[in-house]
Design a protein around this ligand. Structure first.
Ligand code: ADP
Ligand code: ADP
Ligand code: ZN
Ligand code: ZN
Length: 749
């Protein structure tokens, strides 16, 4: 059998491992978090494959491609061209839609340019990103942003009292001078007393030279009304100030559907072109399955090729379970799971063979039923003659593997080895944590807690929700289930907090605050550690901060240097002076317990648990370990945490709370089944402390331990949004309609 052969891999924690991965097969990499799966699959195999491809490009392209570090490995032989499908959500750009991301829109444009009546031009002009196709008012965005005067101005104030609420327009600010010294206004007159003429001057005047400006008015200075000024200086996306003042802008701006095109993004001429009475925007506002019916209703003869192409592409979206999406949906509003599947559809459509597909936890955000369709697609990708590598914890996906590589035995320095290689049946009898999990009997919660009361969400109608009224039980562990896109997050993360503002949502979003924040600063114990250093060495506390006195003078404490290459992206590399620690080398001579501050920040949580004696610190390390975060290092930047790691870290702040209503969205993300057990213990502890837990989950091990289940569905998008089931697990297992019931029964068998 043909294989990819890896010899001597030592990236991160890998212990000089060698292995062969069969080609044209599905290989799943398992193992606890931090065992080395990503180090092997992404940082060694993926990075090396990318690097080899880059070498084949000409130097211009090569320099513009992401700079990959060279993996620490002796040799990789017989690599294929890689396609990496990760969980990064699809772009934050409002011009990217489901239609453009899947290329279906391109086919639709072609169809309109051939079959549409009247004929208006080449297929390009049906693009809302094309100057001749876009609506002239919103420039193809479908919405317009306008300034809300009530937010921008305080009419009860004068210019001297700071009537213009935007920064730099405040008294003394350099933009304020342009109004207060224009000679047009009485600076002590409250805006509400302005005449019509003064309002016109203040808000709308076109650019001109004022006749009698005040003392600090420069010779070349011009006057322009507030609205065009803000428009020019801030609203234009390419202006520097736009990014700089994003937050402030959000406060004064209201977005609404474009009045010219009603959100269709295209100009009137393009929209006049129709097929069977529908313009192209009406087609993209249909859900994918409705659009397919429409396309099927068209008579084919001269257009057969395009129509078949469209049917095939739409069919792929349906296969992958996203038939409920519309092509005009902006990709930046899709959930992580939806994004990942959209990326898959695109590759699914291509006919390239002999590629190396690498998937990063494709199960995230997906119900067991959705996983069935993902499994089918992954198998088809293999059958087309490709090699598939998957990093995954989900039992149902592990089962589709032809070959399994189990990493471990534990995480960090206790991992980095191959514990087991072979088939799924062999895995079940292997000794590692993954094998142990599969050999265990699965149970469910037969003694659920009783709720002490409930809160009620009334008449929820957001997005696909169909006038739902739901009772959420208090002081129990309530798990909200349902297929992806059924409406769980809309109900629990959007509607619930709108009706009950006190609810505490713990999600995977970035932790805002200081960009240099680390695990220690988040826990609030970095000061304590600096103090230990200062007291032991009888010196100043600030010396042990790379944000303060202790900062390396060369990189200002960042630990990295940016090398600015003209025409190319900046390259980052570890600072030469401090070797990446960010500390002034002089500080590193001070030791605590035999280690300097940089070495201490490099300890993993687990190591720190042995290194320190202080009870206050140990409590934190123990909690992190219970949350499956023992392999993280103390100085690790929060910006490098994965979504799942972030969410579990945020949970630490709840561990002392009682009487809270806490919402968790897929806390099992990224967890090995053995870590999921520990997470369950923490969730139970939180409930025992008097909290109410509402957990959105697909993980069947967590669902089976719930006190109460709320199942949303039955399908996704417009086929969902209803309450399918509420009750205990025991009762759910007997339910005939719920898809969750079907898969939970299969899981427990
Ligand atoms: P997994 O994918 O199995 O969760 P990883 O491959 O991400 O595990 O991590 C394996 C080990 O390597 C962990 O101890 C982790 O902290 C460490 N590690 C990961 N990335 C880096 C890095 N960039 N530098 C140093 N150590 C790293
Ligand atoms: P779940 O959490 O069950 O996966 P969601 O609550 O995220 O499902 O989504 C329910 C439905 O609402 C889906 O059809 C989804 O596409 C839609 N939806 C979610 N967010 C938005 C949005 N910002 N705009 C329009 N539709 C949305
Ligand atoms: Zn418009
Ligand atoms: Zn430095």
């Amino acid at each position: 059998m043909r294989t990819i052969k890896i010899t001597g891999a030592r990236q991160n924690n890998l212990k000089n491992i060698s292995l062969e991965i069969p080609k044209n097969r599905i290989t799943v990499f398992t193992g606890v978090s931090g065992s080395g799966k990503s180090s092997l699959v992404f940082e060694t195999i993926g990075a090396e494959a990318q690097r080899q491809i880059n070498e084949t490009q000409n130097s211009f392209v090569r320099n513009r491609l992401h700079q990959f570090g060279i993996a620490d490995v002796d040799r990789i032989e017989h690599l294929n061209v890689p396609v990496i499908i990760n969980q990064k959500r699809l772009g934050g750009n409002a011009r990217s839609t489901v239609g453009t991301a899947t290329d279906i829109y391109a086919s639709l444009r072609l169809l309109f340019s051939r079959m549409g009546k009247p004929f208006v031009g080449y297929s390009n002009i049906f693009s809302f990103n094309h100057p001749q196709g876009m609506c002239p008012v919103c420039e193809g965005l479908g919405f317009t942003s306008t300034i809300d005067l009530d937010k921008l101005l305080d009419k009860n104030r004068s210019l001297n009292e700071g009537a213009i609420l935007f920064p730099t327009f405040q008294p003394g600010g350099y933009r304020w001078i342009r109004y207060a010294r224009s000679g047009y206004f009485d600076n002590d007159k409250k805006l509400k007393h302005y005449t019509k003429k003064e309002w016109q001057l203040l808000l709308n005047a076109a650019e001109h030279k004022p006749p009698n400006p005040g003392p600090s008015w420069g010779k070349t200075m011009k006057y322009i009304g507030l609205l065009p000024r803000i428009e020019n200086d801030f609203l234009k996306k390419e202006s520097k100030e736009h990014t700089l003042r994003k937050k402030d802008l959000q406060k004064i701006i209201v977005s609404g559907t474009c009045p010219e095109c009603n959100g269709k993004r295209l100009n009137k001429r393009v929209l006049s072109c129709k097929i069977n009475g529908k313009d192209i925007a009406e087609c993209t506002s249909l859900s994918v399955d409705e659009l397919l019916s429409f396309i099927q209703s068209l008579s084919a003869a001269p257009y057969e090729t395009i129509l078949n192409e469209l049917k095939k592409k739409l069919g792929n979206v349906i296969t992958i379970g996203l038939q409920y999406l519309t092509l005009d949906r902006a990709t930046n509003t899709l959930s992580g799971g939806e994004s990942q599947r959209i990326k898959m559809v695109k590759h699914f459509g291509n006919s390239l063979e002999d590629l190396l597909y690498i998937f990063d936890e494709p199960s995230i955000g997906l119900h067991a039923r959705d996983l069935d369709s993902i499994s089918q697609i992954i198998k088809q990708i293999k059958e087309k003659g490709n090699t598939v590598l998957i990093v995954e914890h989900d039992p149902d996906l592990i089962k589709i593997a032809d070959h399994i590589v189990d990493m471990g035995p534990l995480s960090g320095i206790h991992g980095g080895e191959i514990v087991y290689e072979g088939t799924f049946d062999g895995l079940k009898t292997s000794k590692g944590k993954t094998g142990t999990y599969f050999s265990k009997k699965r149970t469910y919660n037969t003694a659920p807690r009783k709720a002490t009361g409930s809160i009620k969400i009334e008449n929820a109608n957001l997005y696909n929700l169909k006038d739902l009224t739901v009772h959420l039980p208090l002081n129990v562990l309530c798990v909200v289930t349902g297929v992806a896109g059924s409406g769980k997050s809309t109900l629990i993360s959007k509607v619930l907090p709108a009706q009950f503002p006190g609810v505490n949502i713990i999600d995977q979003s970035a932790i805002t605050g200081h960009s240099r924040a680390t695990l220690l600063t988040y826990l609030g114990i970095s000061d304590k550690i600096r103090k230990l250093f200062a007291e032991t060495n009888k010196t100043s506390v600030q010396l042990f901060s790379n944000n303060s006195l202790g900062a390396c003078p060369n990189c200002k404490g960042l630990g990295i240097e940016k090398i600015d290459l003209a025409f190319m992206d900046d390259i980052e590399q570890p600072c030469e002076e401090c070797h990446g620690s960010g500390f002034n080398p002089d500080v590193l001579k001070y030791k605590f317990n035999g280690k300097n501050i940089a070495e201490v920040l490099n300890l993993t949580v687990e190591e720190a648990g042995h290194f320190f004696k202080e009870r206050e610190l140990l409590t934190h390390f123990k909690q992190l370990t219970e949350l499956g975060l023992s392999y993280m290092t103390l100085g690790q930047r929060l910006s490098t945490f994965s979504g799942g790691e972030r969410q579990r870290l945020k949970l630490t702040r709840e561990l002392q709370s009682n009487n809270n209503i806490i919402v968790l969205d897929e806390p099992s993300t990224g967890l090995h089944p053995s870590d999921t057990e520990r997470l369950m213990a923490i969730l139970n502890k939180l409930v025992d402390h008097g909290n109410t837990l509402i957990v959105i989950e697909h993980n069947l091990d967590i669902i089976s331990q719930a006190d109460w289940i709320i199942d949303v569905g039955p399908g996704a998008g417009k086929y969902g949004g209803e309450l399918v089931f509420t009750g205990t697990v025991e009762k759910l297992l007997k339910d005939k309609i719920s898809a969750t019931a079907k898969y939970l029964n299969r899981h427990l068998d």
